[in-house]
Design a protein around this ligand. Structure first.
Ligand SMILES: C[S@@+](CC[C@H](N)C(=O)[O-])C[C@H]1O[C@@H](n2cnc3c(N)ncnc32)[C@H](O)[C@@H]1O
Length: 294
């Protein structure tokens, strides 16, 4: 039986809070700002500002966590089009996370309407009122996504937010992206904070076209992108830079595999490591040297 966690809020640089997971050895958000990350890497990258003008929107929040990506999406859509009919699904393994995330100081920066949604989702795992139908499905997303696929749910925007590939490889595999791709509408967009070559090649292998989430203004050589957008329509994407394209030719671009969608992180990582060791591709350190990335 899994032990119940005590989630201790940690403040990030924009004043919003995140949690640290002992199990995965990572914080839930970027230290630069949990709330800011939700808007930049998920809401803006999936073009919800433009899509909010539609009568109806369908959202899929993979790894719901504290619910920031859903909250930022609802704030954005309701500001532009309060009449939009929204259908939202969240997938999350651990119900204690959203439950711990609704204490007043954690949600007070969201509007009262969004606070009510986050609270209902955390307590009842659902919300149905004033144009929004939301449901939180608790379980391993590798299984729960299959239920959504069977129901033929098609999302206009997917927020893809697991812990990093090194810590949680099971949610960055070709096979999981194949499942996820079945839940994305033909003109939908999936966004993630990851710019990892293994993630990008898994997305390509699953049939997506991919683009970058560009960095703003001046940046250091190692900050080449803020994440990745996946679609079925390459023309709407910001193309990868030469540096990013060459990254996809290196050993780092060997994707994670999980043929049965049920292997442990250890098994998936060991399989990946073995494939990397046998690869004749350019090493990632040589690619880094060529591009002056330290
Ligand atoms: C980086 S955090 C997500 C942060 C979240 N999007 C937010 O805005 O707060 C990753 C989340 O994935 C969940 N998770 C880990 N493994 C999972 C799995 N196999 N299926 C579904 N969720 C999982 C964790 O419990 C955690 O809440």
């Amino acid at each position: 039986m899994k032990q119940a966690h005590t989630w201790i809020p940690q403040v990030t640089q924009d004043g919003s809070f995140t949690f640290f997971s002992e199990e995965f050895g990572e914080t839930f958000h970027s230290q630069q700002g949990a709330r800011a990350e939700a808007f930049t890497k998920f809401v803006h990258a999936t073009q919800l500002v433009q899509k909010a003008k539609h009568d109806r929107l369908r959202l899929l929040d993979i790894c719901y966590g504290l619910g920031y990506n859903t909250a930022a999406a609802l704030e954005t859509i309701w500001q532009i089009n309060p009449a939009c009919q929204i259908e939202m699904y969240g997938l999350e393994l651990d119900a204690t996370v959203p439950r711990a995330a609704i204490e007043p100081r954690l949600i007070e920066r969201w509007s009262l309407q969004v606070q009510a949604v986050l609270t209902a989702i955390a307590i009842n795992h659902q919300y149905q009122q004033s144009g929004l139908t939301a449901q939180l499905i608790i379980g391993d997303a590798r299984q729960t996504i299959q239920m959504l696929c069977q129901s033929r749910f098609q999302a206009d925007a997917i927020f893809f937010d697991p812990f990093s590939p090194r810590r949680c490889p099971q949610l960055w595999t070709v096979e999981f992206f194949q499942q996820v791709s079945q839940c994305l509408a033909a003109d939908g967009r999936l966004a993630t904070y990851s710019r990892s070559a293994s993630v990008r090649s898994a997305m390509l292998a699953a049939g997506f076209s991919i683009g970058t989430i560009p960095v703003k203004e001046s940046h250091l050589p190692h900050e080449w992108s803020q994440g990745t957008v996946a679609t079925f329509d390459a023309s709407s994407l910001q193309p990868l830079s030469q540096l990013e394209q060459e990254h996809l030719q290196t050993r780092a671009a060997i994707p994670y595999r999980d043929p049965s969608l049920s292997d442990s992180a250890e098994v998936i990582s060991a399989r990946h490591q073995q494939e990397q060791q046998q690869s004749q591709r350019e090493s990632t350190s040589s690619w880094r040297r060529r591009w002056g990335i330290v």
